[in-house]
Design a protein around this ligand. Structure first.
Ligand code: FAD
Length: 108
């Protein structure tokens, strides 16, 4: 249950809507990352609006920062859901791996 991010297009009537956070790229709650993405989007958009000479440039640069980040997070969430949140043999494998790593980590 997620949504791929999208680039903003040049508005035809001069009015621009900028979609940030879940409005642009809703990730599954199981990814545990949607709020962080939304906060980073807000900071990056504010930075670009302050630093760019035009709205068009600001949104273009914002998209270049936001899109790859959201795509990476979506990819990672699919891996996490397939492993950690699964009820199949994959979950068993992940649990075994975590226990194995736990044995290797020295305890105080
Ligand atoms: C069960 C669950 C667990 C989650 N766990 C995590 C987690 O552990 N870590 C994490 O990072 N993320 C988590 N998330 C994801 C995170 O909550 C969202 O990605 C994040 O809140 C998105 O922020 P946002 O500002 O884009 O959208 P939202 O937080 O959804 O904010 C949008 C706001 O707009 C308001 N609104 C909507 N329509 C209108 C309108 N027409 N007029 C005025 N206001 C409107 C809404 O009421 C809402 O307040 C979880 C999500 C869920 C559902």
């Amino acid at each position: 249950m997620d949504k791929q991010p999208f680039f903003h297009e040049q508005p035809r009537d001069g009015r621009q809507i900028v979609y940030i956070g879940d409005a642009n790229h809703a990730v599954s709650p199981f990814s545990g990352n949607g709020a962080n993405l939304a906060l980073m989007d807000a900071c990056d958009l504010a930075d670009q609006l302050c630093g760019c000479p035009s709205l068009h440039d600001a949104i273009k640069k914002y998209d270049q920062l936001s899109m790859p980040r959201a795509q990476k997070s979506l990819r990672f969430s699919h891996i996490a859901i397939a492993g950690v949140h699964s009820t199949s043999w994959r979950n068993w494998m992940v649990q075994m791996l975590i226990r194995f790593i736990g044995l290797l980590v020295p305890r105080r």
